[in-house]
Design a protein around this ligand. Structure first.
Ligand code: DQA
Length: 151
């Protein structure tokens, strides 16, 4: 069974109470449950993590690269939060590992402030999703499943 690694960046631990009009009222624990259900229905093992620290996310991407090299990684779904718009280090980590990665955002970043319109992640990502709310996580797991067969 391959693993879907779902990484969440800064402030996503505040889901549920953080700007509910933008991010909804579900908590990160609720999102993890949603992902567990989606992974179970697509035959993936779920590895779900959150960190507020850029270097920790870089280390986890490197770890994903090793799992990918071992042949047991389905791919990574990354909501890098605000690091999306600032982090050359995350771009380099994705490029340097050869992993399949889906960039995900809960909100439609293009309907928000101009500083959210640029992503350092997108050029290194296989696919990009935003604006579906937390259901986007389950949809991204489905997308990852489709990528396994090239569908
Ligand atoms: C976000 C969008 C980012 O611009 C923001 O900094 C976040 C969350 C989203 O999921 O919509 O922290 O990635």
């Amino acid at each position: 069974m391959k693993t879907a690694l779902i990484l969440n960046g800064p402030n996503l631990n505040l889901l549920g109470t953080r700007e509910p009009t933008v991010y909804g009222s579900q908590t990160l624990a609720d999102v993890e449950k949603l992902c567990a259900q989606a992974c179970a229905s697509h035959g993936f093992a779920l590895d779900f993590r959150q960190s507020n620290h850029e270097g920790q996310l870089v280390d986890w991407l490197h770890e994903a690269g090793r799992v990918h090299a071992a042949g047991t990684l389905a791919g990574v779904i990354l909501n890098a939060g605000a690091y999306t718009h600032t982090s050359v280090a995350l771009f380099d980590a994705i490029k340097g590992t050869g992993i399949t990665l889906i960039e995900l955002h809960i909100s439609n970043v293009f309907a928000r402030e101009a500083f959210r319109h640029h992503s350092y992640i997108s050029p290194a990502a296989k696919a990009v999703m935003c604006g579906f709310g937390v259901n986007g996580y389950a949809m991204a797991v489905g997308g990852l499943a489709g990528m396994q067969t090239g569908a």
